[in-house]
Design a protein around this ligand. Structure first.
Ligand code: PGA
Length: 249
């Protein structure tokens, strides 16, 4: 049985004092959940968030990292740096990074390898644009992204990767994929992983849905056979809304 992960992606929001207040307020509301609760926060908030989340069941993640260990990469942060302060998760290849910061399937693959080497849990984002969806290319696009993201990994490493299927047209738009479409696209990703790494490995990989998830649509999504939780943007900035998503049962 795969566990459910509900991960918030704060994007470029929340000052440290706001992060501290948020975590203080939400911690008692989510303390009894069996689901894994993760907040992926801006770099500047990481340390404050880790301290505030100590002695709670809230895990802290970053939203990006650099693939190299160290060196002359001004402004960048490595996996080892994140690990050294206690970060557990890291989002890799979010569509906003692919779109605005030249993140490619190759850099995504390199980042996943570096994250795993440093014992971070990568949350790897894939998803199609509206145009690709309308051309009927969704399955082709997302399975190719997953294949390239995981290239060169051992089975045991693949099992540690968390995939987030996020249709780009659903991110921040209020338009969610139907639960049937989200589930069938996620199944398609799982089948691709099974083709390459075997069914046993594919059955262990946690695959999230992302794109306008909110309290009012989370339960129906999470009840689908292959949806193992969500990567939540906008709705993760509100204590009450995010706690309801976590406590959907
Ligand atoms: P959204 O963002 O929930 O605001 O659509 C999701 C994401 O970008 O991860």
């Amino acid at each position: 049985m795969r566990r459910k992960i509900i991960a918030g992606n704060w994007k470029m929001n929340m000052l440290p004092n706001e992060a501290i207040k948020f975590i203080d307020e939400i911690a008692p509301l989510v303390k009894d959940t069996k689901n894994e609760v993760v907040l992926c926060v801006p770099y500047i908030d990481l340390f404050y968030s880790l301290l505030t989340a100590q002695n709670t069941n809230i895990k802290i993640g970053a939203q990006n990292m650099h693939q190299e260990e160290k060196g002359a990469y001004t402004g960048e942060v490595s996996a080892e740096m994140l690990k050294s302060i206690g970060v557990e998760y890291v989002i890799i290849g979010h569509s906003e990074r692919r779109q605005y910061y030249n993140e490619t399937d190759k850099s995504v693959n390199e980042k996943i390898k570096s994250a795993l080497k440093n014992e971070l849990k990568p949350i790897v984002c894939v998803g199609e644009t509206l145009e690709q969806k309308e051309e009927g290319k969704t399955e082709e696009i997302i399975t190719k992204q997953v294949e390239l993201a995981l290239e060169g990994l051992e089975k045991e490493q693949v099992e540690k990767v968390i995939v987030a299927y996020e249709p780009i047209w659903a991110i921040g738009t209020g338009k969610t994929a139907t639960k049937e479409d989200a589930n069938s696209n996620i199944k398609c990703i799982r089948n691709k992983i099974a083709d390459i790494y075997g069914q046993n490995t594919a059955d262990k990989v946690i695959i999230l849905y992302g794109g306008s998830v909110k309290a009012s649509n989370s339960k129906e999504l999470f009840e689908m056979s292959d949806i193992d939780g969500a990567l939540v943007g906008g709705a993760s900035l509100k204590v009450e809304e995010f706690s309801k998503i976590v406590n959907y049962q």
